[in-house]
Design a protein around this ligand. Sequence first.
Ligand code: NI
Length: 170
Amino acid sequence: MAIREILKYPHPLLRKKAAEVAEFDEALQTLIEEMAATMYDAPGVGLAAPQIGVSQQLLVMDITAKDEEPELIVLINPEISEGEGSELEEEGCLSVVELTANVKRFTKIRVKAMDSQGNPLDFIAEEWLARVIQHEVDHLKGTLFIDHLSSLKRALYKKKRRKQLAEEKA
Ligand code: NI
């Protein structure tokens, strides 16, 4: 299974609003398999299609612990219809290298989406799962977790990243 390249901030495709998935064909199933392989390889708990340069509303997640059976979650055209509670907790992102920071998220959300076959899903997610879904759904809107930080923290990260990229080129 092909491992895809994960785009890193400040790649412009990470900022693009993803289009709805309309066709549940074989190409979509291959894309899902490649996204899952890429996520497990990274390793990460979630990956959104824009992170591999595919501007479609598709995400994969697996929040099980290392010693548990893997359990892949696939959400297509997801929508967070309700949210309640709020909690500050540390997040990182495969596209935002060398940074973790506390981000405020709902603790309980209602999610409407489709599965890999196009069947409708409607469920309540809480705690860590709710957090991962909110983080990944943000990616589909072109939003990164650094957008939830203070402008000072964001500016510091931008500066650090610019320096890092300049050093890579040198
Ligand atoms: Ni992310």
